[in-house]
Each structure stands twice: as C-alpha cells, then as structure tokens.
Write a protein that binds this ligand. Structure first.
Ligand code: PEP
Length: 246
C-alpha cells in the first residue's frame, strides 16, 4: 500500500500572515505517518516553502499553465511554480473545470506541464450530483481519467483525487461503500492502463473531509489519503486529519 498523503487545498484563502498555520502544523505533526502537503495561493508559495524547509510539510500549487513560458498575462507556468518552491501541482480541480471551462484535454496538458517542471501532478476527477443521481458516477470518473491522465503517468509523478463535485464544501460525503466503489474502479482502470505501477499510485478522496470523518474515509479500500479544502485552513483541524492518516 502506498504511504498516505494528506493534501490541503487552500483555494483563494489565506495571506502571507497565514504562515503561522504552517508553523503550527509542523509543531502539531512533527513526525507524521503520512506525507503532508499544503497548496496555498500562488503568492504564498515561496514564503511557505521557505518556512516549511526542514519540516515534514511540502508546499504545492493549485493550478498551472500548460506552457513553460510566453505571452500569457496573469498565468503561471509549472516551471515558475517549482522555482517558487512547489513540489506538487493540483490540476483539473472541479472549480477550475467549472469556473474556467477546463476540459480533460486542458487538464492532461497541465499534468504534463507539471511533470516537465519536475512536480507531481494531482489530477482531480469527480461527478456532479446530477451525474450521480443518473447512475453515471463511475462512467463520468472513468471518462475523466481517460482524458485527463496522460500516458506516462507513474506512482512517482501522479496522484489522482476523486472529488465528487456535490461533496466539495457542502458538508455532504458519499457513503463509505460509494467511496470504495469509485476507488476500486479507479484502481482497476489504472491497472488496466499502467500495469503494476498502478497499485502504488495514490488515490485521494476529497469532499468535506473533516477530523471527525477522516479516519473512517482513510480506512476505505484504495483510499490513499485526502484532498482537503476548508478543514486544511486551520492547523488545529488539519492536524487531526493528518493524524487520522497515520
Ligand atoms: C476541495 O476543494 O478540494 C475540497 C475537497 O474542499 P472541501 O474539503 O472544503 O470539501
């Protein structure tokens, strides 16, 4: 079984002053039994990465442009993010798919950009509520995996996050059986496409993970950790989730 990963996605929250949460988290979890990642806003990556040096916490980014450089005002390449200290880059989060119209092909290109720069790509997939109600959750997730995960994905360069859109930020969580069903299907799809390496590729669950439900979710078959939004903002909450992954 791969070592678990507890990854925090701060989204558009936090300022440079929030660096105190990194210090507090490293104090609360000096020697965690899982890998720990915080993805703050772009502007905080460099200072957070500096503060996290020598701790068990890695710092990542929430998105990147597919190109390495060029005339793309306001965008940031994976190379720039890695230069700032990011070790991981989230791509294809449902909020970016919805707010910025990102397609599976866009996500695929961004994942390859993360690899090109030497970062791990955290590729997000997940169905909407309407798709789940229609009985299409497995089909939607499988199709997103086919389109969003580039050839060449390995356990070392890629993490997949299953995030049902209807569970993000809502306090609603699928049943443990439903999470297991999707994760088992994801593992089978990865094995069919990538062979032996797929058994080591980490599959995160994301969507309203809290300290109170993390241990149960992390014990589900083929769940190798979590991608956590709201509950990653405060070190006191996130420490509970990190400890649940041990
Ligand atoms: C997320 O945005 O990736 C997420 C899972 O958010 P939350 O934990 O707040 O549901």
């Amino acid at each position: 079984m791969p070592r678990k990963l507890a990854a925090g996605n701060w989204k558009m929250n936090g300022t440079l002053g929030s660096i105190s949460e990194i210090t507090a988290l490293s104090k609360a979890c000096p020697d965690p039994a899982c890998d720990v990642l915080i993805c703050p806003p772009f502007t905080a990556i460099a200072s957070f990465a500096h503060a996290a040096k020598g701790t068990a916490i890695s710092i990542g980014a929430q998105d990147c442009h597919a190109n390495a450089s060029g005339a793309h005002t306001g965008d940031l390449s994976a190379e720039i993010l890695v230069d700032a200290g990011a070790t991981h880059i989230i791509v294809g989060h449902s909020e970016r798919r919805a707010d910025h119209g990102e397609s599976d092909a866009d996500v695929n290109a961004k994942a390859q950009a993360a690899w090109r720069a030497g970062a791990v790509a955290i590729i997000c997939v997940g169905e909407t509520e309407a798709e789940r109600d229609a009985g299409d959750a497995l089909k939607v997730v499988s199709n997103q995996m086919t389109g969003s995960i580039p050839d060449g994905a390995t356990a070392a360069n890629t993490v997949i996050a299953y995030e049902p859109v209807w569970a993000i930020g809502t306090g609603r969580v699928p049943s443990l059986e439903d999470i297991a069903e999707v994760h088992d299907e994801m593992r089978a799809r990865l094995a069919a496409r990538f062979g032996d390496d797929a058994s080591e590729m980490r599959l995160l669950y994301g969507g309203s993970v809290k300290p109170s439900n993390a241990a149960d979710i992390f014990a589900v078959s083929n769940v190798d950790g979590g991608l956590v939004g709201g509950a990653s903002l405060k070190a006191s909450d996130f420490a509970g989730i990190v400890n649940a992954a041990g």
